[in-house]
Design a protein around this ligand. Structure first.
Ligand code: ADP
Ligand code: MG
Length: 472
């Protein structure tokens, strides 16, 4: 049976590519073959994967498994069950049953036994205490509220699978995609799912920014042992925006060791990032290879149907109903990302409540007329930095530094200008963000670029190129 399944995966890999196999087929196991009735039973990790396989790949299973089992047109039944036993995850618990006598065709093997992740190893009191220290999971973000479409189905399916079988299938899982497209949501959803299955599991969500700060403080206050222990004790580590670890060599080194020790202990690690691991600048090669060693799933810009569905869901969550017409209008006018889409919806709802009107298309248009900078407002500093980094070879640290090298200083001034124009932050906030600079420095930079831009076509192009990055 095992060999048949391996052969089957080989065929599918050739036919559909290894990405499809990794995402959809690796999580499946063939639990039973009923030769009398010609039925193949396949165990899938969750309802989503099950439906997806059923809808998209049923003929593949029928044709190839049929051929390997030497029968024409077998029936394929997809099953979903996840079982929980005490405080441990029991995965792949389906025992192999083979109802067939033809030993030549089928290699009856003891199927992979239940794999148990030993969460129960810490005593309850310590776990409860630790959970308090570790609890950064936002319960708002769950799989049930995540709208799935072609742009995010890969990441969603991988995240679901990890939620069901932590440490087993895709380790590490690396989710990447543009800003506001649901990466953080998925990380928390994984954490929530694992926590729901096992209250004692130590799940730690941490942004790479905070990780860096924590590490620096640990060094400063001589608490490095405590820091390492904290991370090495976790069962599940969710690191958001890992790209922010770039150019921080010592932090990377510390993280590398934490990664290895968790990975060796088969603890689940999940990363999110705004780019593919190969495109993160300033990280050590060995860390890069760890980041890309597991499953990599991307999230793209959603299509209008998904955006509309998300809007309707978000409106419902806040107790409002928006018509298809309104949802469609908003979805087609706010092009950038889902965070901005939500922002636009919140403004519409607030306006409707303020004026005690119903949410109609006319009202939405009115809001947008009053609120020309709808898109502008929600661009944040990080998005600007990210976009600037695509045009200039400087990291955030360099932009923040005292270094007055001519090119770097110019890039810094352009960053200030773009921040002033595209965010609703004050000169003071911009100055503080870019290396504690005085607001008059920012003001000077903004007016300098404003003057330059009038006559300098190259600069105009450069700046509008950077601004376009926000809309991706
Ligand atoms: P990212 O981390 O990729 O920048 P977030 O996860 O913070 O993005 O998502 C931004 C907002 O958009 C969140 O409120 C999140 O709930 C919402 N969101 C993103 N994608 C979806 C989706 N597919 N379904 C529902 N909400 C989504
Ligand atoms: Mg995020």
């Amino acid at each position: 049976m095992y060999f048949i399944w391996e052969d089957f995966l080989k065929i599918v890999r050739e036919e559909l590519g290894s990405r499809v196999v990794e995402t959809w087929f690796k999580a499946v196991s063939m639990t039973k073959w009923d030769a009398m009735e010609k039925v193949i039973y396949l165990q899938t990790p969750n309802a989503f994967v099950c439906n997806w396989l059923e809808k998209n790949y049923r003929p593949i299973f029928q044709t190839h498994l049929g051929r390997l089992l030497n029968v024409a047109d077998p029936k394929v039944v997809f099953l979903t069950t996840t079982q929980k036993k005490d405080d441990s995850f029991v995965v792949n618990s389906g025992e192999l049953q083979v109802c067939v006598s033809d030993a030549k065709t089928l290699q009856v093997k003891t199927y992979r036994p239940a794999h148990i992740i030993p969460y129960g190893s810490k005593n309850e009191q310590t776990s409860a205490k630790l959970s308090e220290r570790y609890g950064h999971i936002n319960q708002k973000y769950v799989f049930e509220t995540f709208v799935v479409g072609p742009s995010n189905s890969l990441a969603y399916a991988a995240a679901c699978a990890v939620g069901q079988k932590p440490g087993d299938l895709y380790n590490p899982l690396f989710i990447y995609g543009g800003s506001g497209l649901g990466k953080t949501h998925l990380l928390h959803a994984i954490g929530n799912t694992i926590q729901a299955h096992n209250k004692k599991a130590l799940v730690l969500y941490q942004t790479a920014d905070r990780f860096v700060n924590e590490f620096i403080n640990a060094i400063r206050f001589d608490k490095i042992d405590r820091f390492q222990k904290k991370y090495q004790l976790v069962d599940v580590l969710l690191i958001d925006d890992i790209q922010f670890i770039s150019n921080k060599e010592t932090t990377q080194e510390a993280f590398f060791h934490i990664f290895n020790s968790l990975y060796d202990a088969r603890k689940q690690i999940v990363f999110s990032s705004d780019t593919f691991p190969q495109n993160i600048n300033g990280i050590a090669e060995r860390l890069r290879s760890r980041l890309s060693s597991g499953m990599i799933a991307d999230i793209h810009q959603p299509c209008i149907e998904v955006k509309t569905a998300i809007l309707k869901r978000k409106a419902e969550e806040s107790g409002q109903v928006v018509s298809d017409e309104v949802a469609h209008f908003l979805a087609s006018h706010v092009t950038s990302n889902i965070r901005e889409l939500e922002g636009a919806l919140i403004r519409v709802i607030a306006y409707a409540q303020l004026t005690k009107e119903h949410i109609t298309l006319a009202l939405v248009k009115k809001v947008f007329l009053h609120d020309e900078c709808a898109v502008k407002e929600s661009v944040d500093f990080k998005a600007v930095i990210k976009a600037v980094a695509k045009y200039f070879p400087y990291s955030l640290d360099e932009l923040r530094s005292e270094n007055r090298n001519k090119e770097l200083a110019f890039a810094r001034q352009i960053t200030m200008y773009i921040m002033k124009k595209n965010t609703d932050r004050s000169l003071r906030e911009i100055g503080a963000y870019l290396g504690d600079r005085n607001h008059t420095t920012v003001k000077h930079a903004v007016s300098k670029i404003e003057q330059h831009i009038i006559a300098d076509v190259k600069l105009q192009r450069q700046i509008s190129g950077i601004e376009k990055e926000f809309e991706r």
